[in-house]
Design a protein around this ligand. Structure first.
Ligand code: NAD
Length: 321
């Protein structure tokens, strides 16, 4: 088997490789060639940790495996380690033998950024110029960096509950040679594309704070109870997601569905747009919303891609197992 340690990932994995892997696996999911296994997530009663498994099988890409890991809230303070910890295990689908063990921390950030980026490629207006961010934490920087590669943006605007974190967004904008402006939520009406990536449990963005023609990627809501936007926005928008079952139970659509404002059938798979089975955006006035809940197959796709890169570059550690 091969081992690709966490420390090797940054030099191996590119945003382009993550984008391609995620785009392909979303397409395979919509074609019925790939499926996610039920997610296990447990409070283990030790160190306040949440631990679990996200797995799946992609018959088209021949990727089988799982991501094991979770959240250890005391890591940083007690041990100087990051709180999110995960490892991906890949198996040979022909034999069941373990193929690789891959550090999953940076890969999680890259695959999440790739998801909103894939949604922008397929759903945002071609002439999008202003990108708006809601959220300015660790993941926001990854989302923004990847998004900026999808359109010829000329300005970044942003809002965050904690304004002291906004320099994180300004840093990425400056890196890309773009101006950054902090705005109030009403100011997001100027945005052609909006990404929300927060830990919020209440709607932040109101439906009337979004202009016609905007594409929104809601990326923070990945658990029951979390929420970033007004459910009314999901009524106004055409709603797309990575996986419908997750979208309506733990994603942003959970609230609009629970309130009877939209039905499961109103949520389409982004993969269907990639495959050409769904038209996606059909007008310049339409609001499109991507509910990115995060699926195990995304993790497996980027891990499989990084293993191939590591083998090619002679960096993968081979062990007899
Ligand atoms: P972080 O702790 O670095 O940043 C949290 C962000 O949320 C900050 O901008 C903070 O100001 C904001 N925030 C915190 N509490 C808030 C509240 N009550 N109302 C509004 N904003 C609030 O976290 P991160 O690593 O950037 O992750 C952000 C979110 O993205 C988390 O909720 C995480 O679970 C989620 N996430 C989703 C996926 C996915 O695949 N969809 C993947 C990774 C992370």
């Amino acid at each position: 088997m091969y081992i690709v340690p966490e420390r090797a990932i940054a030099d191996l994995m590119t945003r382009k490789a993550a984008f391609d892997a995620v785009e392909q696996v979303f397409a395979a999911m919509a074609a019925g060639d790939a499926y996610n296994f039920p997610v296990v997530r447990e409070a283990i009663g030790h160190e306040d940790a949440l631990y679990g498994f996200k797995g799946g099988f992609d018959r088209a890409g021949l990727t089988l495996g799982l991501k094991a890991g979770g959240y250890w809230p005391n890591n940083l303070e007690k041990r100087g380690l990051i709180n999110h910890q995960s490892t991906v295990f890949l198996f040979d689908p022909d034999t069941g033998k373990v193929r690789a063990m891959v550090g999953g921390n940076l890969l999680t950030a890259l695959r999440t950024a790739a998801a909103s980026s894939v949604s922008i490629k397929h759903l945002a207006r071609e002439d999008a110029k202003v990108i708006g961010m809601i959220g300015a934490g660790h993941q926001a920087k990854f989302q923004l960096r990847a998004a900026l590669e999808q359109r010829e943006f000329d300005k970044v605007i942003g809002w965050n509950l904690h304004p002291d974190m906004l320099p994180n967004l300004e840093e990425v904008a400056t890196e890309a040679g773009l101006p950054f402006e902090a705005v109030e939520l009403d100011g997001l009406k100027e945005a052609d594309v909006i990404i929300s990536i927060t830990s919020s449990f209440d709607a932040i963005l109101k439906a009337d704070q979004v202009s016609p023609g905007t594409h929104i990627a809601c990326m923070g809501t990945d658990t029951k109870g979390k929420q970033e936007v007004d459910p009314e926005l999901l009524v106004r928008a055409d709603v797309f997601t990575d996986e419908v079952a997750q979208s309506i139970s733990i994603g942003e659509a959970q609230h609009a569905v629970a309130q009877g404002l939209i039905a499961e059938a109103d949520v389409a798979q982004l993969g269907a747009v990639i495959n050409g089975a769904h038209p996606g955006r059909t007008s310049a006035e339409q609001i499109t919303l991507f509910d990115g809940t995060g699926v195990g197959l995304q993790d497996l796709a980027v891990a499989s891609s990084v293993v191939e890169l590591a083998i090619k570059q002679g960096i993968a550690i081979e062990v007899d197992f």
